[in-house]
Ligand binder design. Structure first.
Ligand SMILES: Nc1ncnc2c1ncn2[C@@H]1O[C@H](COP(=O)(O)OP(=O)(O)OP(=O)(O)O)[C@@H](O)[C@H]1O
Ligand SMILES: [Mg+2]
Length: 311
């Protein structure tokens, strides 16, 4: 029976070994058409290896990869005009060419390309259109690399750390670009170690570490699972927390890690906050320095792997 909707990218039990080292170790993921998937993981997690196998640049050791329903290596010629590729930190071997020339060259291979001048302007490189690529700054080369990936109007793009080396303004502009791609129905697979980037852009975040998927879901799902968050406040030492816990939803915990400093763990909601402040009022206690801390993807990663994401 045919699947209801074919995934734009489907990776099953992928393994890639370099010597004795397993760079990718049984990784599976599925990217629905028109969605944005972020591969999030620290240096050496296997992001680039996975992406390059999907691009047909590396051969899988074991497992299967389908891109737009096709085999990235056997069907490379069919896939080339349909897939855009932004490699990590490189514009390829074209460094002698000028920025606009190079974009025009890439456009000439496409049936229905974007206008190179408009696109160069769109990524903020109009001023350096005639500058040889090798004289562009690292962040400018990244932006050109993005334009090269998009000029042929691909239906699927792989962006390997698209905003690495960009200043905050260029990063925001790139995020806008990626949002626009999604709005146009383009499927995007990107890698990043920026949590905010994954949270901001992705429909699905796949957290990988040592070549394996350690968590996957929407940013909201990932940050919601487990203990959702915590509330800290200060008040007079020695409050009777048992009566507070009795008022709170089941599963909530309250403690006084240091005299006069309180910590409440549980599903943080407006109701929880209201219950806490009502309880304080009932006790004649004025809570001070009240802060709500929600779990971030960073917390999720730390919990799952015991390590910081930006190791
Ligand atoms: N051509 C290669 N030969 C040998 N080992 C490699 C090769 N390419 C990658 N590796 C190793 O495979 C592992 C995964 O590397 P990969 O480049 O896929 O990680 P990454 O998640 O993209 O990291 P980064 O965030 O630094 O870009 C690393 O341990 C790396 O050293
Ligand atoms: Mg990489």
């Amino acid at each position: 029976m045919a699947p209801v909707s074919t995934a734009a990218v489907e990776v099953c039990d992928l393994v890639k070994t370099y010597g004795t080292r397993r760079a990718v170790d049984g990784l599976s993921l599925r990217v629905p058409p028109g969605s944005v998937l972020a591969l999030l993981g620290p240096n050496g997690a296997g992001k680039t290896t996975t992406i390059e196998i999907c691009e047909g640049f590396r051969r899988p050791g074991a497992g299967t990869v389908r891109v737009l329903g096709l085999d990235p290596i056997a069907d490379a010629a069919t896939l080339r005009p349909r897939v855009g590729v932004m490699l990590q930190g490189s514009v390829g071997g074209y460094t002698g060419a000028r920025a606009l020339e190079l974009l025009r060259l890439f456009a000439s291979y496409a049936a229905r390309p974007h206008d190179p001048v408009e696109l160069l302007d769109g990524v903020g490189l109009a001023d350096v259109a005639r500058t040889p690529v090798k004289r562009l700054s690292g962040g400018q080369q990244q932006r050109l690399s993005l334009a090269l990936a998009l000029v042929g109007r691909p239906e699927l793009v792989f962006l390997d750390e698209p905003t690495a080396g960009m200043d905050p303004q260029a990063r925001r502009r790139t995020w806008e670009f990626i949002r626009r791609l999604r709005a146009d129905g383009v499927t995007v697979v990107l890698s990043t170690h920026f949590l905010d980037e994954a949270e901001q852009l992705a429909d699905t975040v796949v957290v990988i570490d040592a070549g394996r998927v350690v968590a996957a879901g929407t940013p909201a799902e990932l940050t919601r699972s487990g203990a959702e968050g915590q509330i800290r406040f200060r008040a007079a030492p020695g409050l009777r927390l048992e009566s507070l816990v009795a008022d709170l939803p089941e599963g909530s915990q309250a403690s006084e890690p240091e005299p006069g400093r309180y910590l409440l763990r549980g599903e943080v909601s407006p109701q929880l906050l209201a219950t806490l402040t009502a309880w304080c009022a009932g006790q004649g206690v004025l809570a001070d320095h009240l802060s709500v801390e929600r779990r971030s993807l960073e917390d999720v990663f730390l919990e799952l792997t015991g390590r910081e994401l930006r190791a």
